[in-house]
Ligand binder design. Structure first.
Ligand SMILES: Cc1cc2nc3c(=O)[nH]c(=O)nc-3n(C[C@H](O)[C@H](O)[C@H](O)COP(=O)(O)OP(=O)(O)OC[C@H]3O[C@@H](n4cnc5c(N)ncnc54)[C@H](O)[C@@H]3O)c2cc1C
Length: 822
């Protein structure tokens, strides 16, 4: 007998069991059967069969005897685990335990259950929400003139302020019982997207009160008195809120805020009550200059033990009315020419009673937990929606412009260089809008998507910045010259704001996405940590044993699945979808297994050091993010009834995601500090090399074509965009002209032919058309069409020019250094 046969048979059986994720017992039986069968078929003698089977049994049976396994294997491993696992600070624990895990958990499992994703009902707007979008939202878009807002007033007009308060735009998250609109997350997203299409300043102004701030915090933690008093006032705009966390020395590291409040007695509304004396210096606070209610985060101290034993109570949140004595408020920052209100807030020794703490005295010291618990919901909606609204409008505008702007005798959209940029605009718009819809839908399902809100915030804003760059490049000088006709320049100018706020992007990518995702989404890591902390030893050992062995099986399975799916380039395996998309799901199965394998190995071998290996962590986060983005796009494609017209957009964006995942995994393996482990991982992850390629030029051409002509895929891309051809909306007007521009193209060709033949002698453009009609090159109808289209097109090719006196901003100049004091 060839002595290798039984071993090979056991290995083959193990590979199949690991691929299929069978349990330990099934694997043991399969191993026995394979061993026995191979030895028997190879003609081994009975003593030889007995010896090999006994060896196999000696190795595997102890694993199947729970008591023995726990005492002899798990107990020492638990001791070791407790020694090497890094201590998690309270702050980190709060962040890790906040929020819920949705489909991202499936992606981290290495074997996603697609039924779970595809079985979720498609999110839809209610009749009331749609009516709001078509009514007040459309109306305010009609009122907004971005040039007037950003350049002339550096503010929304008084009419717009009045209108958005009256129509309760600030109360979208507030329940109806308090007079709010109580909109779904999807509806909030749709409103912000629509507003963003006309004015970033308007959408930011509306976004902030509906995101993390007094409204959200009061809803979750406010006392009854606070909710009853403030929520109706916030809903109808009597109160304009802001939330002040950031200060000069505490930006990304928000828990390091030096701002403090000392518990003491003080004067409040004529009485002497217990409260806090606050000293703080906050900056960058959106809406602060006009806010009437300031949410404030500070460190609370009780040196005189007026509340209890604790001296340092911790981060606490308070509500400071604008007219509080000593509050310094009203000055403005000027964030990259955007006109939404943003500025500093300061206070020196100002007093508020304990009843102004959000949640009252009971919630003192709970501020960080409150913020982290609420952060994910706002982060899942506001910035992803703004990014979506911006790129939707940009895609429509750029496609139309590329069709009407001609150079070298051709529409610029036909040049391959422009096609490349248009393909990125179309593909990323598809990805951003799918991602933003996915996180809003998760919120509507009751999730607090801690990990995916970070993914959405990072990737929507990063990709939107890419789109903004391409929009600028396609428009050339037209987008550079600011003025009422420039619909692109402000988007480009302000793109870095979205990158910076709600978790600056570099930190979000390097520290948060994978850092949180690895622990929150991993099927075993958090459970192992929790098991290791159970006080009772027997229970601890049992729980840890269960998780540990499930984890080991999980790791083997991911290794097997990575290798097998890599070997066949993800061409096999059960997957949902249609003929067009099945291959995409299979690729995601492969990359999910890769992520789970590489993440597990990184955590095992780098342990606590992984936290500081930000470049490794960031790349693993990229794999998780792109898995999620691709899943969101496939879900959208399914929800919209698998529209064939959208396939180029889906395919372009999908291949881009797949290529990014491959690049990220390759980057991890190239830079993994323990080289032998990296070599082994490479053999498992890329057994036949890197086969992913970026989207092809042909596919890019099809995407570009979608943007440049009216059609159902383009219409879906423009969902919720404000495309009414009103005076304040050049994009709407340009879009309305597009069918005529296309109808005029064959006429232009006929005219050009006549001109080339020398039959047209005039130099004047209008006279040339008349001549073309006279010689029968074009009909009278066609001449009219050309005249109309040429004249209308010029409106969009023209840029603004100004009398020099018009250019200085109309804002009255404040004296340097003057601060208004309420
Ligand atoms: C227009 C605007 C509006 C804002 N609105 C508000 C508001 O309403 N309320 C409020 O409280 N705050 C607000 N902010 C503050 C915003 O949340 C902070 O700007 C943000 O938290 C980053 O802080 P920072 O600007 O001080 O940058 P820093 O923290 O100094 O960061 C600088 C760079 O270092 C990176 N970095 C930091 N730590 C790490 C790390 N561990 N690993 C890798 N990279 C890291 C960051 O990603 C960033 O790129 C606003 C800011 C702006 C610009």
């Amino acid at each position: 007998m060839n002595s290798w046969y039984p071993l090979l048979a056991v290995l083959a059986a193990s590979l199949v069991c690991a691929y299929l994720r069978t349990g330990l017992r099934t694997w043991t039986f399969a191993g026995f059967a394979a061993l026995f069968g191979a030895a028997w078929l190879a003609g081994a003698s009975w003593p030889a069969i007995a010896i090999t089977t006994a060896v196999f049994g000696a190795l595997t049976l102890p694993l199947n005897l729970p008591d023995f396994r726990r005492r002899k294997i798990t107990a020492p491993l638990l001791t070791m685990y407790q020694k090497i696992t890094p201590q998690i600070s309270d702050t980190e624990r709060t962040a890790l335990e906040a929020g819920t895990v949705g489909f991202e958990g499936e992606l981290f499992s290495g074997k996603p259950n697609w039924k779970k994703l595809l079985g979720e009902p498609a999110a839809q707007l209610s009749v009331e929400e749609q009516a709001f979008l078509d009514g007040p939202c459309e109306e305010v878009c009609h009122m907004a003139n971005e040039w007037q807002i950003t350049h002339e007033l550096a503010d929304l007009t008084p009419e717009i302020w009045e209108f958005i308060k009256k129509k309760k735009f600030f109360g979208m998250i507030i329940p109806k019982e308090y007079g709010g609109l109580e909109f779904s997350a999807l509806a909030q997203s749709a409103v912000l997207q629509k507003l963003m299409g006309v004015s970033g300043s308007l959408s930011s102004t509306v976004g902030v009160p509906n995101s993390l701030g007094p409204g959200e915090l009061l809803l979750h933690y406010g006392t009854k008195e606070q909710r009853d008093y403030y929520l109706p006032r916030l809903a109808d705009g009597r109160e304009v809120p802001c939330f002040a966390l950031t200060g000069p020395t505490a930006g990304s590291d928000a828990t390091s805020i030096p701002d403090y409040g000392i518990v003491c007695k003080g004067e409040w509304q004529g009485g002497n009550v217990l409260g806090v004396r606050l000293t703080f210096d906050k900056r960058y606070i959106t809406l602060a200059p006009v806010a009437t209610l300031i949410g404030l985060a500070f460190q609370m101290h009780d040196p005189d033990h007026l509340l209890g034993d604790k001296e340092h109570i911790g981060i606490t949140l308070a509500l400071i009315p604008r007219d509080t004595k000593g509050l310094e408020i009203g000055r403005r920052h000027f964030p990259l020419n955007a006109a939404f209100q943003n500025g500093p807030v300061r206070g020196n020794d100002i007093f508020v009673p304990l009843s102004q703490l959000i949640g009252g005295e009971a919630m003192a010291g709970q501020g960080w937990r409150m913020l982290v618990e609420c952060l994910s919901v706002g982060r899942a909606i506001t910035l992803p929606s703004n990014a979506s609204g911006g790129v939707r409008m940009g895609a429509i505008a750029t496609g139309a412009y590329a069709r009407m702007r001609k150079q070298f005798g051709m529409a610029i959209g036909r040049f391959e260089g422009i096609e490349e940029a248009l393909a990125r605009i179309g593909g990323y718009t598809y990805a951003i809008t799918a991602l933003s819809r996915a996180t809003a839908s998760a919120v509507d399902r009751g999730e607090k998507p801690a990990v995916t809100s970070a993914i959405a915030k990072y990737h929507c804003t990063e990709l939107a910045r890419e789109v903004a760059k391409d929009i600028m490049d396609v428009h050339g000088g037209k987008a550079v010259q600011l003025g009422p006709n420039n619909y692109a320049g402000r988007g480009w100018q302000t793109a870095p704001i979205a990158i910076t706020v709600e978790g600056a992007n570099i930190m979000t990518r390097s520290l948060m996405i994978f850092g949180q995702g690895a622990i929150r989404c991993h099927p075993h890591v958090l459970k192992e940590m929790q098991a290791a902390q159970i006080p009772d030893y027997a229970t601890r050992l049992r729980a840890f044993d269960r998780e540990l062995f499930a984890h080991i099986g999980f790791a083997f399975s991911n290794a097997a699945r990575s290798f097998v799916l890599g070997l066949v380039n993800a061409r096999i395996g059960a997957a949902p979808g249609d003929k067009y998309t099945r291959r995409f799901y299979r690729k995601l199965n492969r990359y999910a297994a890769n992520l789970a394998l590489v993440a597990d190995t990184s955590m095992l071998l780098l342990g606590g050091k992984l936290k500081f290996k930000e470049k490794i962590s960031a790349r693993l986060g990229d794999v998780l993010s792109n898995l999620y983005i691709a899943s969101a796009m496939l879900k959208r494609y399914e929800d919209q009834g698998r529209p064939i017209a959208d396939q180029p957009l889906l395919a372009w964006a999908f291949h881009d995601c797949a290529f990014r995942m491959q690049t990220a995994l390759d980057g991890v393996l190239r830079n993994f500090p323990i080289r032998p482990a990296a070599w082994l991982l490479r053999a498992l992850v890329f057994p036949i090399g890197r086969r992913e390629a970026p989207p092809s030029d042909r596919l890019g051409r099809r995407v570009a074509a979608i943007l440049c002509a009216p059609g159902e895929a383009r219409d879906r891309l423009a969902e919720w965009a404000y495309l009414t051809p009103s005076a304040n909306n050049p994009v709407g007007r340009m879009n309305a002209l597009l069918p005529d521009v296309i109808a005029a193209e064959p006429v232009e060709r006929k005219f050009a032919k006549a001109q080339k033949s020398g039959a047209i002698k005039s130099l004047d453009a209008a006279a040339q058309l008349a001549e073309a009609e006279q010689i029968g090159a074009i009909t009278a109808e066609e001449r009219k069409l050309l005249e109309r289209v040429r004249a209308a097109t010029m409106e969009f090719i023209d840029v603004d020019d100004f009398d020099p006196a018009e250019l200085p901003a109309a804002m009255p100049r404040a004296k340097p250094g003057l601060r208004s004091v309420a």
